[in-house]
Write a protein of this length. Sequence first.
Length: 90
Amino acid sequence: MYCVTFSCRGFDGGNRDIKGLARKILKKVKPDDIIVLHDVKPKKNKSVDLWLKEIDLILSGLEQKNIQIVSLAELVGRPVMEFEHGDTVN
C-alpha cells in the first residue's frame, strides 16, 4: 500500500459545493501538483450536469496552462484500484 497525498484541492465538500470548482482549482494549480477531486456523484441530480461542466472547465483550463494531465496510476507506476475479480483501474 502506498500513501499518496495531494497539493491542490477545491474544497468541494465531497461534491456538495461544486459551484466555481474549476475557478478554485485553476487559480492555484501549478505544474507537478496532484489535484484531489471526489469521485462521488453530487447529491442532487441537477448537480451532475454542473459537476461535469466544472470538470470540463478544469481539463480545458489545465490544457490552456500547458499543464500535462496524467493519471495517478501513471504517476506512481502501479494500479491504484483493484477490484475483487482482478480488474484494475489505471
